[in-house]
Design a binder for this molecule. Structure first.
Ligand code: PMP
Ligand code: GLU
Length: 396
């Protein structure tokens, strides 16, 4: 008898973003020049000062286990960062460093959610949210936020979704995949609705430093004094510092939640990579000019992408206020024959675009929003130019 998988194995699908990226890589290995906009990862090298800090850490023997929740230096640096820059009074004991923000989200959900609980997730949502909720035994309650409402959850929608089982609301501003940035006022209104209930909040703020056109990020936990004890803030270095491979993310959580997350890590992974933690410390405390330089590039690419999308036949897109994604409405093309096939949904659209135009996008369906295709502009200009030329031919 083959070894049977646990029932849990039915709960999750492979991450669609990583799956599309792997498929693009496979075609590239076959010698096909794929124009790859699948993955949300900065194409820039990790800044030199950060690399240098990692070298120093290795050379000075920081190559052993660390405390499970992270080195005290980094935890204190985060406490200072949130206290001083975000205005959220934070103790080091409330911070937990994990192997990337994805891991932080997983451990935060493990800390507070279980069978019988409901987690409210506005769609479009980042691909991993619903599956990570399911892994805890809780049920994702997906609330559609249509393009006509700017892809934003309203307080009324939130209140209508709340039941006695509701445990958590997951919000993500700036958002992956839409790039939407909620205004402070919109988040305050949501916060007030949340405070009328027993529901906690997981606020994923990983794109906080990547906003455009005067949009401002908001640290949700600071909006009302009562929020800090029921909010888990997630962020990390992957996007801001081009450090996706280093795998460092964090949670700022109420003390008991942070304590459990650290205990969980002590049993699960011991600690995030020691060298990466020292690199992340330099990222946070060191010079920030590379962040400014990368943001300038993203700003230029965003403008270019919006110009090219406007020229594509029957494709629309709400200009992203943050992150580095364009969430294109491609539904006008459903029912058409593209690349020799009738395309009826976002998955077929993206698979056909990859197979016939060699352009890698991610299907809206993976983000809980049929009718869309996500393009990551964390990609160099030359590739963007060629990619839009290819998309134009594909749709023309
Ligand atoms: N949250 C969002 C919204 C993301 O887009 C990502 C993308 N990687 C993550 C969390 C996880 O980031 P990482 O694990 O690389 O730190
Ligand atoms: N968050 C990025 C994306 O959405 C990286 C891939 C992933 O972690 O799923 O493309």
């Amino acid at each position: 008898m083959p070894l049977a998988l646990a029932e849990r194995s039915n709960l999750i699908a492979p991450s669609a973003t990583l799956m599309m990226a792997a498929e693009a890589k496979r075609l590239k290995a076959e010698g096909i020049a794929v124009l790859d906009f699948a993955l949300g990862e900065p194409d820039f090298p990790t800044p030199d000062n950060i690399q240098e800090a990692a070298r120093r850490a290795m050379q000075s023997g920081q190559t052993h286990y660390t405390p499970p929740a992270g080195i005290p230096e980094l935890r204190q640096a985060l406490a200072d960062l949130y206290t001083k820059r975000h205005g959220l009074p934070t103790q080091a004991a409330q911070t937990v460093i994990s192997n990337g923000a994805k891991h932080s989200i997983h451990n935060a959900l493990m800390a507070v959610c279980g069978p019988g609980d409901e987690v409210i997730i506005p769609a479009p949502y980042w691909v991993s949210y619903s599956d990570l909720v399911k892994l805890t035994g809780a049920t994702p309650i997906i609330i559609e936020t249509p393009e006509s409402s700017g892809f934003k959850l309203t307080p009324e929608q939130f209140s209508a979704a709340v039941t006695p089982r509701s445990k958590l609301l997951m919000i993500n501003s700036p958002s992956n995949p839409t790039g939407v940035v909620y205004s402070r006022g919109e988040l305050e209104a949501l916060a007030d609705a949340v405070l009328k209930t027993q529901v906690g909040v997981l606020s994923d703020e990983i794109y906080e430093q990547l906003t455009y056109n005067g949009e401002q990020p908001t640290c949700f936990a600071t909006l009302r004094p009562a929020l800090a004890e029921r909010t888990i803030t997630i962020s990390g270095v992957s996007k801001t510092y081009a450090m996706t491979g280093w795998r460092i993310g964090w949670a700022i959580a109420p003390l008991a939640v942070a304590k459990f997350m650290g205990d969980l890590q002590s049993q699960e992974t011991s600690n995030p990579c020691s060298v990466s933690q020292w690199a992340a410390l330099e990222a946070i405390n060191g010079p920030q000019d590379s962040v400014v330089a990368m943001k300038e590039q993203f700003t230029k690419r965003r403008a270019y992408v919006l110009e090219r999308i406007a020229a594509l036949p029957n494709v629309t897109c709400i200009p992203p206020g943050g992150a580095f994604y364009a969430f294109m409405n491609v539904s006008a093309h459903f029912g058409r024959t593209l690349g020799g096939k009738v395309v009826t949904n976002s998955t077929e659209f993206c698979l056909t675009a990859l197979a016939s135009a060699h352009v890698a996008l991610v299907m809206g369906a993976a983000f809980g929003a049929e009718g869309y295709a996500r393009l990551s502009f964390a990609t160099d200009m030359r590739t963007l130019e060629k990619g839009f030329d290819a998309l134009e031919r594909f749709l023309g």
